[in-house]
Ligand binder design. Sequence first.
Ligand code: SF4
Length: 433
Amino acid sequence: MTQIERALKGEITEEAKSVAQDEKLDVNVVRRRVASGKIVIPSNTKRKVKIVGIGKGLRTKVNASIGTSTDIIDPAMEIEKAKAAGHYGADTIMDLSVGGNISEIRRAVMDAVTLPIGTVPLYEAFAVAAERYGSVTKMPEELLWEIIERQCEEGVSFMAIHCGINRLTLEVLKKQHYRYGGLVSKGGACMVAWMQYNDKENPLYANFDRVAEILRRHDVVLSLGNGFRAGAIHDATDRVAIQELIINCEFAETGRGMGCQTMVEGPGHIPINEIEANIILAKKMSGEAPFYMLGPITTDIAPGYDHITSAIGAAISASYGVDFLCYVTPAEHLGLPFVEDVREGVIAAKIAAHIGDMVKLSDTDRDKQISKARRNMDWNTQFDLAIDPQRAVEIRNKRKTSDEHSCTMCGKFCANDMLQGMFEKHARATDKE
Ligand code: SF4
């Protein structure tokens, strides 16, 4: 039975207990939200993973995507990237490999880390079809089902599956006549090519019950993929993206009804003034299924800095109720990320998640603690509370201070030093410490 089925029967699972303890929530609240589909717990009956809850009332979680391309196939580097993602605080990892022995790479990644692993099974299906039959358009439908089933058997915890692409959404796209950024979803673009070539409906849409049933059997979370997400600011919130969102939200309800844990994915590239509307629509239409935001990238003009453009969007998204963020690295739009890019991407997304949680969950205690440590010039406590202590220590150590107490920014005119002790005894009336 899945987490959702067990929660509906009133069972408090070990996983629900772990989420409640981790998030300092009443376990009955967690159980009720799992039962109603507002919280998902990606695991898999075949693989023991670190338990992470995603959804209503929980801290915003961060996913780091790794994986080979057809140009760079270096399994050892992918393992290093997975370990780095875990080390810097990612909650989950998606292996999006499309080059080399995809299933071997995925298994090696799963052996290297305990975090839940997500995939996009369409990628493997199209990569195998291209190699075996010469083109993604020649993918036999059964290959896709075999791969979804096999990935579940291997222990994948959540899968992004593009069920919302169908003939209707394709028609909406064609009628729209424009798309400044084209289709940026690899799975989406390959599926559209497959549908056009074969003149057939998307099998993942036409056989949604089969998708939900396979994932339900293994208790794998179904992440309803965003194949028509905007890849340019000027395409954000367009008709085709909303049409796909409507279908995905319907499927979130159907999947949940079948006992399959589901979440809904969101864009993409989006200006900050449209973020709130996208979240309201997805949450309302899906019955508050957890929302998995990809980025979002909030301007198109900063290649090399998209971990920053997306962190700005991610912080706003989390503050409006997004539950799960997919990181973006500085290599976005430019090349396959390396280990250092993974570090930058994870840290940027973690910062964004925390900034959002300060609003969403009033989670500001750590800010208060670090502020006091900074005022009191307690460097070690400051580093302990920092989101990336290693970076903070590196910067301080690179600059030799004339006085160990202060730092090289103001030197002997250190404002904190001058007024040491002045504020320590005074706390706000609302401060319970
Ligand atoms: S020297 Fe300036 S920046 Fe450094 S701790 Fe003192 S007040 Fe802060």
